[in-house]
Design a binder for this molecule. Structure first.
Ligand code: AKB
Length: 321
């Protein structure tokens, strides 16, 4: 369990998950307890929000100095190259995803940190995995470099736990849907872009086919689940690689129809590109029974609630822009 005093470093704090996780951690543990970091230099927005450090996670010495200077005890390491960008430059993706994680694990071991969070992904599963309700221990064999880096990363997390007792915890996130910060370079990004276009232009050309069904999760649920996992008693954590987590599963056409209930004028066309092959290699839905049993995971948002919340929040953001 968390002690009262903690010093938390979020790596990749300006990304899709990092933006919201940093806010949630600051709301829970205090603004000054959470240092946001990213490879981008500080600006007015980042420094006004709370402590910020420019950090390239590939620079292990800089990471270690920051951890020592700020007496960091917890790291949430979110910086990664996602599936679609990874296929454009596989060796770069491998380097950033693997070396970044290894630097965090090594610094955590050397500095005896209390807890680490690192996200894995449904991309660990490839074409051999069950398509429907893919179980926790389903065969993986990923076909993207992103998936390969995630399955290798999961094994490194387990290794550091078993060999050094490092308390690393992880979730295999499905596609995440949120309105605060855009995703970048993923295959599930269409499910965010379609909301923006529904509000801005009323038309959207989808890069996946209409019957492509993928596992997804609303960001509110993802953040709550992450905090719940990190606060769960260590003895209830039976998975030291990464937990399957499920929330939503819909096809591109089903999502479009849900948005059209509120925005009937929305026109959607489908023009699959290279991301279709990645989507086709992944499961359509995930079985998260182990997370439910171990630490009580339960999503709150169904596709209807998620759609209402996205449209309302994005509508307000665009109205005030
Ligand atoms: C991606 O599409 O690459 C990510 C993921 C499923 O991990 N959103």
């Amino acid at each position: 369990m968390y002690s009262n005093k903690k010093s938390i470093l979020v790596i990749g704090a300006l990304g899709q998950i990092g933006t919201e996780l940093t806010i949630a951690l600051r709301a829970k543990y205090g603004v000054d307890a959470v240092i946001a970091s990213d490879r981008h230099p500080a600006n007015e927005k980042t420094t006004e929000a709370g402590p910020y450090a420019q950090l390239n996670v590939l620079d292990k010495a800089a990471l270690q100095t920051l951890v020592q200077e700020k007496s960091i005890t917890y790291i949430y390491h979110l910086a990664a190259v996602l599936s679609a960008t990874g296929e454009q430059n596989p060796l770069m993706a491998w380097d950033i995803n693997m070396q970044g994680l290894l630097n965090v694990l090594e610094v955590a071991r050397e500095e005896k940190l209390e807890q680490i969070f690192w996200p894995s992904s449904i991309a660990v599963f490839g074409p051999d995995a069950p398509k429907v309700d893919c179980p926790q221990d389903g065969v993986t064999n990923p076909s993207t470099v992103y998936g390969i880096s995630k399955i290798a990363g999961e094994q490194w997390c387990r290794y550091y736990f078993e060999k050094y007792g490092l308390d690393v915890r992880s979730i295999r996130y499905p596609g995440l849907i949120s309105y605060s910060a855009p995703p970048g370079g993923g295959t599930t990004d269409y499910a965010v872009a379609i909301f923006h276009e529904a509000i801005k232009t009323g038309s959207y050309e989808c890069f996946l086919a209409e019957d492509t069904r993928l596992p997804m999760l609303y960001m509110d649920d993802a953040i709550r689940g992450t905090l719940e996992l990190m606060e769960a008693p260590a003895e209830s954590i039976s998975i030291r690689t990464s937990y399957n987590l499920s929330g939503l599963s819909f096809s591109a056409a089903e999502l479009a129809a849900e948005i059209q209930k509120h925005k009937p004028e929305l026109q959607v066309t489908y023009k699959p590109d290279s991301r279709q092959a990645i989507a086709d290699s992944w499961p359509q839905s995930i079985d998260d029974a182990v997370a439910r049993k171990d630490w009580g995971w339960k999503p709150k948002f169904d596709v209807g609630l998620m759609t209402e919340d996205m449209l309302q929040n994005l509508g307000e953001l665009y109205a005030n822009a």
